[in-house]
Ligand binder design. Structure first.
Ligand code: BES
Ligand code: ZN
Length: 614
């Protein structure tokens, strides 16, 4: 073979062989040399010390014949000892160093092995302030009787409770043995059993290969209730009935998603309802979505969040972004699939209202973002992936997919997305991998429908392309007309046709209020519709922001109660931001924060302290 032919052969082989090999700027691991393929945890949950303590055994695949150093990610872990386990099972101590702590990425753990051993075992414990865990006192739970602990590993917090290669480009199976105080229940992103004995001793297995950010655990006073043959909810006892009712359509959601996107490959789909301090709305931990109780509105109006986390069972958990720079592959696809599930289950009108509100809020948000922050494919070297969170990978990602759908037609696009999930199942990929597959499939079968320049604009240019598909909600025409007359002073607040408004019609109305609403109009709205007392968190937080802008102080007691109770960043950060804009508001916000802080998750504390400059 001459040199050119060899060169070509190597190029082709490397192009086709391995998806998602781009290096991850947020991990010290060296997956080109060695990868972890299985993890066995043996941990004790200690509520007094606020720590997980025990061991992690990692099974290794070595890819580089010369390599014998294993580099893992850690943050604030105390490493007690490490042993190398040879093929014959014999173990010997391994030397290691722990690098100085990087403020964002933590400390690389460098394990010097004499040879490429098949396994290492690490004895360690987590720190009380571990960024990926929240430890709660009994007083911070609904019953007030027992302590509670839960994890949130995405984006890069798994490393604060397990030493591992904390990059989504590496996938592994896991098993766990967890000991906890008797009477409490331990659940994980694995094979939970509704009828597990609460005897302080739990075993788990996750036979599908997952990335590290999907490692999850929660421990507390948790009841379980079945909602269908493969679905259930776990929640604190006082909430479990209400949660089961709110989420009773979950089984149907799984079925409609399977119909379009292929089999659900994780066996069960259960939901864990966490205490209100959970810093996110939902987290797609495999087999066990973690969810905020703030989606339980009583009328199923916010179950789009469950559709979203379920959708990640295909986009994210099955086909995974290789690193956070390609997050739109996870969140954009998921936001798209979420809306398709809502459309299939609740109808086009509901799905369209959500699209219209999200599109409008995205355009609004992007007006405040620098150009680079508006890109779908991002550059995040040196950055904290948590800080990069915005609506862009979500709503712009979905908009791009809707654009492709509109050009190719729904049937062809659905078939393509389904084959994409099958093709890359259990792999971690980059945008380039997606594009290669797109070119080889959809574009090849239906040439000339979308240009390379158009694709490039969506992925690599700020803003939303001018010819992006627009949606219209007829339901909103009535809301817009009413809002216009109300704002012009022609229609009294009590005359709004809002008795029949569903959640999204209220969101549309509140979003139509001007940047600085009239105090008298806000007061009249509140008097007529009791918006400050809304039990719907999506309506409430938007309303509170509007009321602060208007200088309406009557809603302050409800705002105080809201931010004392809830730790979900999306709901409370905008309130703190708005309060921080005036001296009076900032004083109020700081006083509230000082009281709320012990109940907030470390991530929420970080976000609020940034807003308040503390
Ligand atoms: N995977 C995300 C949460 C996440 C993203 C955590 C990035 C850490 C880093 C989850 O699926 C999500 O998007 N949750 C949303 C809800 C959704 C309906 C938009 C949330 O928590 O608000
Ligand atoms: Zn998501």
């Amino acid at each position: 073979m001459n040199f050119n032919a060899l060169f070509c052969f190597l190029m082709v082989a490397s192009a086709g062989a391995q998806a998602g090999t781009e290096s991850d700027p947020h991990s010290y691991a060296e997956p080109d040399k060695v990868t972890v393929n299985a993890l066995a945890l043996d941990l004790a949950v200690d509520f007094d010390k606020r720590e997980l303590a025990g061991s992690a055994e990692l099974s290794l695949d070595w890819h580089d014949a010369a390599a014998h150093t294993l580099v893992l990610d850690t943050r604030d872990l105390s490493i007690e000892s490490i042993s190398a386990i040879a093929a014959d099972g014999s173990s010997s101590p391994a030397a290691f160093t722990l690098d100085a702590r990087h403020p964002i990425y933590g400390s690389a753990l460098r394990i010097e092995l004499k040879q490429a051993v098949p396994k290492v075992a690490i004895r360690y414990h987590s720190a009380p302030g571990a960024s990926g865990l929240q430890w709660m006192t009994p007083q911070q739970t609904a019953s007030g009787k027992h302590p509670f602990m839960f994890s949130q590993s995405q984006a890069i917090h798994a490393r604060s409770w397990v030493p591992l290669q904390d990059t989504p480009s590496v996938r592994f199976t896991y098993s766990a043995h967890i000991s906890a105080p008797k009477g409490l229940r331990v659940v994980m992103s694995a094979n939970n059993a509704i009828d597990a004995a609460l005897d302080g001793d739990f075993s788990f297995n996750m036979p599908q290969r997952i990335p590290s950010y999907l490692m999850a655990i929660a421990v507390g006073e948790l009841d379980a209730r079945s909602t269908g043959p493969r679905t259930a909810v776990y929640a604190e006892p006082s909430l479990v009935r209400k949660a089961a009712r709110e989420f009773e359509d979950t089984g149907k959601m799984v079925e409609v998603a399977e119909k379009i996107y292929g089999p659900y490959r994780w066996e069960r789909y259960d939901i864990l309802v966490l205490p209100a301090s959970f810093p996110f709305g939902g987290m797609e931990n495999p087999r066990l979505t973690f969810a905020t109780p703030t989606v339980i509105a009583g009328d199923k109006s916010l179950v789009g969040l469950i559709a979203h986390e379920l959708a990640h069972s295909w986009s994210g958990n099955l086909v995974t972004n290789a690193n956070a720079q390609h997050m739109w592959l996870n969140e954009g696809f998921t936001t798209y699939v979420e809306n398709r599930i809502i459309e299939a289950l609740y109808g086009e009108e509901d799905a369209t209202m959500q699209l219209v509100v999200d599109d409008q809020e995205l355009l609004e948000e992007m007006r405040g973002l620098a150009g680079y922050a508006q890109l779908l494919v991002t550059q995040l070297e040196g950055k904290d992936p948590d800080e990069a969170l915005s609506g862009v990978p979500y709503a712009k990602g979905r908009w791009f997919l809707r654009f492709l759908e509109s050009r190719y037609g729904r049937d062809a696009f659905d078939a393509f997305v389904r084959s994409y999930f099958d093709h890359f199942a259990f792999q971690s990929i980059t945008t380039q991998d997606f594009l290669d597959f797109y070119s080889a499939q959809l574009e090849k079968e239906h040439p000339g429908k979308v240009s390379a320049a158009e694709i490039n604009a969506w992925l690599h240019e700020p803003g939303i392309p001018a010819d992006a598909p627009k949606v219209h909600s007829a339901r909103f025409d009535g809301v817009d007309k009413a809002a216009a007359s109300f704002l012009a002073g022609k229609l009294g607040a009590d005359k709004l046709p809002a008795k029949s408004w569903v959640t999204y019609e209220w969101l549309r109305f509140i979003n139509a209020l001007p940047a600085k609403p009239e105090l008298a109009q806000i007061a009249a709205l509140d008097k007529a519709w009791k918006l400050s007392d809304s039990g719907n968190a999506e309506i409430a937080f938007r309303w509170y922001v509007a009321s602060i802008r208007a200088g309406y102080l009557e809603s302050r007691p409800q705002i105080a109660a809201f931010i004392q109770h809830i730790g979900r960043r999306k709901l409370i950060v905008p309130i703190y931001e708005e309060l921080a804009k005036t001296a009076e508001g900032k004083t109020f916000a700081i006083a509230q924060y000082r009281k709320a802080k012990p109940g907030y998750h470390p991530m929420t504390q970080g976000s609020i302290e940034k807003v308040l400059g503390l």
